[in-house]
Design a protein around this ligand. Sequence first.
Ligand code: NAD
Ligand code: TYD
Length: 357
Amino acid sequence: MPKQVLITGGAGFIGSNFVRHWCQRHTGRVVVLDILGYAGNRANVADLEDQARFRLVKGDICDRALVDELLTTEQIDTVIHFAAESHVDRSILGPAAFVQTNVVGTFTLLEAFRDRWQTQGKPHHYRFLHISTDEVYGSLSADDPAFTETTPYAPNSPYSASKASSDHLARAYFHTYGMPTLITNCSNNYGPYQFPEKLIPLMCLNIMLGKPLPVYGDGQNVRDWLHVSDHCTAIEQVLHQAEPGDVYNIGGNNQVKNIDIVYQLCELMGEMAPANGIELPKTPRELITFIADRPGHDRRYAMDISKIKRDLGWSPVYNFTDGLRQTVAWYLTHRDWWQPLLSAEYQGYYKNLYGDR
Ligand code: NAD
Ligand code: TYD
């Protein structure tokens, strides 16, 4: 029997990539619950809206009555929970929204799902997959081994602390109630439809607009980058193959310094913009601007993905150079997608945060 899925945050970056991936490979009902806030964009799933089995509901995961109604009327057996406040810089400016959505929202979903799962007689095929991040493990120094699933949690930002809290709740619902929760912790994603406040799309847009490329601190911070399509295949495999209560790390085996990504983007843009009929206002490298470091900035993340490789046979397939090239091409050719996002609110946000940059 096909799964009947509720995908929270399915109009955001990873959520919308996953919904598309899922709809191409599975039959069955697909309901997206998304508040359609600044990062949730109807356009991200517009191509799916003509499918009868697809439904986009604008709403808040903290709204228990709405979640109950969707679980019941849509006969949901699987929740894939992406919805979150997701940007570290915003969590430094305003942590309350992160506690509300990431902690209270996850708790609301877990409670609603527990109710439905129990009322239905605890069916074996029900699943609640909680999507999380490598940031819950804290910061590594240059020589530390990569994070494993048993690395103690040590979150350093309000964002990662709120995600860590929600991971603990998802874990506790398995251990306390036997509810079939699964948790995945993934490294930094990149690819199409990422909101241009995150490193890679922000740099792409600023190069096109001739604006400064703000690099925090010395630019030597390391992230483990994974193409969003690889994240989608990992989530799909976890959903199909993992046992209730399982936790899996997901990553790209691809550690890169921030400044090296910025250099690569400058080069790719310089080469690819003219080929797409776009004249860059300034030489990209001249736009690089080192700015004061992010407070509490984690130095390095790296994921040990041996468990998911061994248990589920998953590995990333994208090579970073090709993935970055594909992503740059997407932003070069999707001005109609990103131009409306450069709204007064978005501009105002950056002005408050960094001044005129
Ligand atoms: P995103 O900000 O692009 O998307 C989040 C989505 O959640 C948006 O569509 C937003 O409208 C929605 N949302 C926010 N608050 C909501 C609420 N109260 N009710 C309903 N919907 C709400 O983020 P993303 O990068 O796609 O991240 C998705 C998930 O993956 C998050 O849980 C994040 O912690 C996790 N994650 C992200 C990365 C990454 O590199 N982006 C890496 C690992 C894990
Ligand atoms: P980001 O995309 O915000 O992801 P995260 O903080 O969740 O890893 O940032 C990735 C890295 O890039 C991080 O080390 C911060 C850095 N960064 C900059 O140097 N400048 C920027 O303008 C942004 C958005 C990020």
